[in-house]
Design a protein around this ligand. Structure first.
Ligand code: FE2
Ligand code: FE2
Length: 252
């Protein structure tokens, strides 16, 4: 660990001007997270775009359009963090990929609705940690993004509620749920993750992947079983098994 970081009081803020004085490992971990968002928010915007026309009403189309706009805004927000450090975001991004969350295709309005309710919620669980990190530009970006992600989750919840009004919509939601739940669980990264241990060491995250996943599951399971009326096992490993999940640059 660099002298600068060791001497700093626990909550001292790191500015962009001080970034390159930090421990190289700290720089690398933060850049990895910033890059994940530079790449994935742009990719997410592109994937979500088709859902504007798929939305069933003008109100939902408008809210979906705003969501797409905000995803592109997130891309630009994290890109600015790269640029203010003098980095070429495209060059950096070429060595990595988008989040594996986006490997599953988005095929219908029900897919989009459940994705927002389940996956944007998983993203919000990550941002709740990032808002406490010491690197001021990233903390501020996470704060601004978190507010908008809550809005996306709200749109997803409203869209699902509307779909649940008909038998056909209900069947579509159930199908989408089985498709996205494993993706949501997987998005927290590997159990006993070395990378997570380093994130916690530097105060970028405050909890283990397995604890974050357990808290997420408890929340999702509560509204899916109580409000949506679909049965789910108490134990998420019956839906998705963390065995075999490895640390990668494409996951948290
Ligand atoms: Fe986003
Ligand atoms: Fe979002």
């Amino acid at each position: 660990m660099s002298q600068a970081l060791m001497d700093a009081p626990a909550q001292a803020v790191v500015t962009a001007a001080e970034f390159w004085d930090q421990d190289p490992e700290y720089q690398d971990l933060l850049l990895n997270l910033i890059n994940i968002h530079v790449v994935s928010e742009l990719y997410g915007g592109d994937i979500f775009e088709a859902s504007i026309l798929r939305a069933p009403t003008a109100e939902f189309k408008m809210r979906m359009a705003r969501t797409v706009m905000e995803e592109y805004g997130h891309h630009l927000r994290y890109r600015k963090l790269m640029e203010e450090l003098g980095l070429d975001w495209q060059e950096y991004a070429r060595s990595k990929g988008h989040l594996s969350t986006f490997d599953t295709p988005m095929e219908s309005w029900a897919d989009q609705a459940v994705f927002l309710a389940i996956l944007d919620r998983a993203a919000a669980h990550q941002f709740r940690h990032f808002v406490q990190c010491r690197y001021e530009p990233f903390r501020q970006a996470a704060q601004d993004t978190l507010k908008e992600e809550y809005g996306h989750v709200g749109l997803g919840m409203d869209a699902v509620k509307a779909l649940l009004q008909t038998d056909q919509g209900r069947a579509q939601v159930e199908h989408a749920l089985h498709k996205w739940l494993p993706v949501g669980l997987q998005s927290f990264g590997a159990d006993a993750s070395k990378k997570n241990e380093r994130y916690r060491h530097f105060g970028i995250k405050q909890d283990t992947n397995e604890n974050m996943r357990a808290i997420y599951w408890e929340q999702v399971r509560a509204f899916v079983t109580e409000d949506w009326g679909f049965a789910l096992p108490e134990d998420y490993t019956q839906i998705w098994n963390p065995q075999g999940q490895q640390d990668t640059d494409r996951a948290y």
